[in-house]
Ligand binder design. Structure first.
Ligand code: PHB
Length: 406
């Protein structure tokens, strides 16, 4: 039956029958209903750490652009974005609520900052909306909602193996971390790893999140003469200030080594750090320079889209892989999503083709399982790069959850 004949039929049918007929026709072959899956993104699009979100956003959009043809026929995906403006749990919660209630999103995604993700997690549970965490790295977040799935990393995951590695090489360490939840995780994870490796933590300092002046803290470190300083601060401008201050206060000349999580040497800040970053060792699940085939093609697609001078950082990969997990869930359900089914698919996600190497979600904890690499900042051609020199953890599950298992 063609369209004009149905219009005629509808014209002579009573109202309810006409409506029923219209509903049937809406799903007739050849007339696949245009369906849009909406992903509500709550992230930090403005402020001093907005570059992290910018990379997540570009990673998500590059994935969407290059995988459009992989969606079921008639299905489209739309991002509905909201800016939480920084570590601001109240704003994140209000925006997530609005995305759930008014925008009727089928997934929540984004979340650079842990306090924001922690504030939104209970809402995702209440509303049964799967929440894909693309950065926030405090271990406990995924325990706050059975609907939270993390595709980024945890500070325990990157730091505990680094602590063990360093504990076998150095005797005395000092730790410096940003004064909020992921910093507390990094501090505890490093100390446990360093002790397990055979070393001793001789001093600790927690620095205000907004600080740009690390000199007073560096003086304190210098006085206690450790062999090594371990640091975690959120990736972004703060990381530049930290490394510069390490050199300017002469800690390197005093024979102290700087090591950190990969957040302290993100690729986009290396040029600004200059020689201050050379020789620094960090641990992370990704480096843009990694020579894996999946990473080579990811970086090539990235440069084609965003320019030869641009390189992805670790948050870009979380955006990319997060979309791969979401697209997998959409494909498996042929676009007709149920929250329970989406969650089941997300928590069983695995990929052999991530730019960071093989990854999977641990269905029990909903946290990512991945390799952790030791990287050194080296000059490669005209630019500074994080160069992976050793895999210091293979298929690492969040150690905090492993240690706290009953
Ligand atoms: C976090 O808030 O969990 C966070 C923020 C920035 C990072 C890492 C973790 O670089």
């Amino acid at each position: 039956m063609d369209r004009s004949s149905t219009r005629v039929l509808a014209g002579i049918l009573p109202g309810a029958a006409a409506a029923a007929l219209a509903a049937v026709l809406a799903v007739l072959p050849g007339q696949a209903p245009a369906q849009t899956v909406r992903i509500g993104v709550v992230n930090t699009f403005t402020g001093p750490n907005s570059n992290m979100t910018d990379y997540i956003d570009r990673g998500m959009r590059l994935y969407m652009k290059t995988h459009e043809s992989g969606l079921p026929p008639g299905v489209k995906v739309e991002l509905v974005t909201r800016d939480d403006g920084g570590p601001n749990p109240d704003a994140a919660k209000r925006l997530a609520q609005e995305l759930i209630v008014r925008e009727k999103v089928q997934f929540l995604a984004g979340f650079v900052f842990s306090p924001n993700a922690a504030a939104v997690a209970p809402l995702s549970a209440e509303a049964k909306v799967p929440m894909v965490i693309m950065n926030a790295a405090t271990s406990s977040i995924t325990t706050l909602s059975p609907y939270a799935v993390r595709v980024s990393f945890t500070l325990w995951q990157t730091t505990y193996p680094l602590g063990q590695w360093a504990g076998r090489r150095f005797k005395r360490a000092y730790t410096l971390v940003a004064d909020y939840s992921p910093g507390f995780d990094a501090e505890a994870a490093f100390e446990k790893g360093f002790r397990d490796g055979g070393g001793e933590v001789v001093g600790k300092v927690r620095t205000p999140m907004s600080t740009q002046d690390y000199a007073p803290f560096m003086e304190r470190v210098k006085e206690s003469k450790p062999d090594v300083l371990f640091a975690f601060v959120p990736a972004g401008r703060t990381a530049i200030a930290l490394l510069k201050s390490f050199r300017e206060t002469g800690l390197d000349k005093a024979g102290i080594r700087f090591i950190g999580t990969g957040d302290t040497t993100p690729e986009d800040e290396l040029a600004g750090m200059g020689d201050a970053a050379l020789g620094v060792y960090t641990s992370m699940h990704y480096a843009a320079s990694a020579d894996r085939p999946a990473n080579r093609s990811f970086v090539a697609a990235w440069k084609k889209e965003y320019g030869e001078a641009s390189e992805p950082v670790f948050t870009a990969v979380a955006g990319w892989d997060g979309m791969d997990a979401i697209y997998g869930a959409i494909r498996a359900q042929k676009g007709n999503l149920s929250p329970e089914q989406s969650l089941a698919l997300l928590r069983n996600y695995r990929s052999a083709d991530s730019p960071r190497g093989p990854i999977s979600i641990d269905p029990e904890t909903r946290d990512i399982v991945q390799n952790i690499y030791l990287r050194e900042v080296r000059r490669v051609g005209p630019r500074l790069e994080n160069v992976e020199i050793e895999t210091i953890g293979t298929a690492v599950k969040d150690p905090w959850k492993e240690f706290n298992r009953k």
